[in-house]
Design a protein around this ligand. Structure first.
Ligand SMILES: *Cc1c(COP(=O)(O)O)cnc(C)c1O
Ligand code: SF4
Length: 464
């Protein structure tokens, strides 16, 4: 089978001589192409079989640039970008792994395999934080507005349907469920009008965030349909357009040498000229992603439009659970003109058992990394859990009235009134998510718990 040169716009890369353009097709591999990835020949047969088992359940997609330029194959399997993009046996619980492996070994038929794979997927909490039920707004008649999420007052998320894949997939992605073809789990809209109508009537919204997947897999022409109408005076309340993307890392050619890269850059310039802030919310996990020439050329080009690049990414075991990695990444980002913005906690879904880092350890890594960098690189908030009530930041471990506690605060909340109020959890070295924590000082409830329950009941009632 041919490695699919996929259906996105053809991509081109600059040759060695200035200005000379050589064709370099965007070459991408998925599960069925595993045997065609030459670099994997150096692994054992057993390792390649493990990858097949895991990628039968969880999404896998990697492109030639990541394979050739970002992974150091001498360090495989420990190499962080290999861990970021290639399936690892530990990503499945032993019982799940064995069930799928046994079927593959026995050459089970497609239907039987699909049934088991589906069952395993549903045991992996495919929709964390009640996203389907609680964040999707409804119109006056109560119909769900697909492709829109509105959780925090100021910011609306939009999932354009042409932007629901990525140039490669991250092994830990919390949106993994939508990449494995389960339509019911997918959040997307192809209707620019749905977004524009919604924003027209919601004057409290100042920010719109295009997200996915990765909106930068879209052709510029599509992106233009979504963005350009927002520059009209009726959308003056929208002050910031954000684009969440990992293309600066996984396929920087998108901004430099793709067929429609120049058109994209002009579009960015027009947004900035209109007086709105354009923020590229760039997903980074490791300083290696910032090191290649083409990655730096793409960053310069995007910044040249007047757009601001803000960096965010989760703290992940096997990839970046090391203060030295974060310190070097933040420092490098600042050198390149990128603003460090968020350090996230790995979410409670998919292969979380393999990737999660205890909250207390996450805070220690954050703190040690902060201590190593200059003030300009200390702008990242975190470690932050995107939980159903809101974004909860671990502020630190301390002692209050003789009790060892974890100090927390909301940096975003379903109720804006919760934001920035400190609250305390009993010290717990093993907790990896908000629902593992207990209120400190013998209290029975969090200060926000009753209000949250009321909001939740109201939303779920509306969803019936
Ligand atoms: C993080 C997030 C936002 C944006 O929050 P900021 O703190 O403004 O960056 C908006 N909506 C959702 C659902 C989010 O998770
Ligand atoms: S780039 Fe983002 S959406 Fe795409 S796989 Fe990675 S984390 Fe998920």
């Amino acid at each position: 089978m041919q490695a699919s040169t996929h259906s996105l716009a053809p991509q081109w890369s600059l040759g060695g001589d200035a200005g000379r353009v050589e064709p370099a097709a965007f070459k991408v591999y998925t599960q069925r192409d595993l045997d065609r990835i030459e670099a994997l020949a150096r692994l054992s047969e057993a390792q390649r079989f493990e990858m097949k088992v895991v990628s039968a359940v969880l999404p896998f997609r990697v492109n030639q640039y990541v394979i050739d330029e970002l992974i150091d194959w001498r360090r495989v399997p420990d190499d962080p970008i290999f861990q970021l993009t290639f399936p690892q046996r530990g990503m499945l619980a032993p019982a799940h792994y064995e069930r799928v492996a046994a079927l593959l070994r026995a050459g089970a038929d497609k239907d039987e395999l699909a049934r088991v794979v589906d069952a395993v997927r549903h045991e992996l909490n495919p929709h964390p934080a009640d996203q389907m039920e609680m964040n999707m707004p409804r119109d006056e008649e109560g119909h769900r507005l697909d492709g829109i999420q509105h959780k925090y007052r100021e910011t609306v998320l939009f999932f354009p349907s042409q932007g629901q894949t990525c140039h490669s997939y991250c092994t830990f992605c919390f949106r993994w469920a939508q990449f494995v073809g389960d339509k019911a789990l997918r959040i997307a809209s192809s209707e620019a009008a749905v977004l524009h109508n919604y924003l027209r009537t919601h004057r409290e919204v100042t920010d719109v965030l295009f997200t996915g997947g990765d909106p930068m897999v879209m052709k510029t022409a599509h992106l233009k349909n979504y963005l350009e109408p927002l520059l009209a005076p009726e959308f003056d309340h929208i002050r910031t357009i954000r684009i969440g993307s990992k293309a600066l890392s996984f396929w920087p050619q998108r901004f430099v040498s793709a067929e429609d890269a120049d058109e994209l850059i002009h579009l960015f310039e027009r947004v900035v000229e209109s007086g709105k802030q354009l923020a590229v919310m760039a997903h980074y996990n490791h300083w290696k992603e910032l090191d290649t020439e083409v990655a730096q050329a793409a960053i310069r080009r995007v910044r040249g439009t007047g757009a601001v690049i803000r960096a965010q990414g989760p703290l992940i075991a096997h990839i970046n659970d090391d203060p030295a990695v974060w310190a070097r990444m933040w420092q490098k980002q600042v050198e390149l003109g990128i603003v460090p913005y968020y350090m996230f906690v790995e979410r409670d879904t998919g292969a979380r058992n393999y990737f999660e880092v205890p909250l207390v350890r996450a805070w220690e890594i954050y703190r040690e990394a902060m201590q190593r960098v200059s003030g300009l690189a200390r702008t990242a908030r975190g470690p932050s859990m995107s939980a159903s009530p809101g974004k909860v930041e671990i502020q630190g471990v301390t002692e209050v009235a003789g009790e060892k506690v974890i100090a927390l605060r909301f940096i975003q909340g379903r109720n804006p009134d919760w934001v920035q109020r400190p609250f305390f959890a009993r010290y717990d070295e093993e907790a990896t998510w908000l629902n593992h924590l207990q209120p400190a000082f013998g209290e029975r409830k969090w200060f926000w718990e009753d209000e949250y329950a009321a909001i939740r009941d109201a939303k779920l009632a509306a969803a019936d």
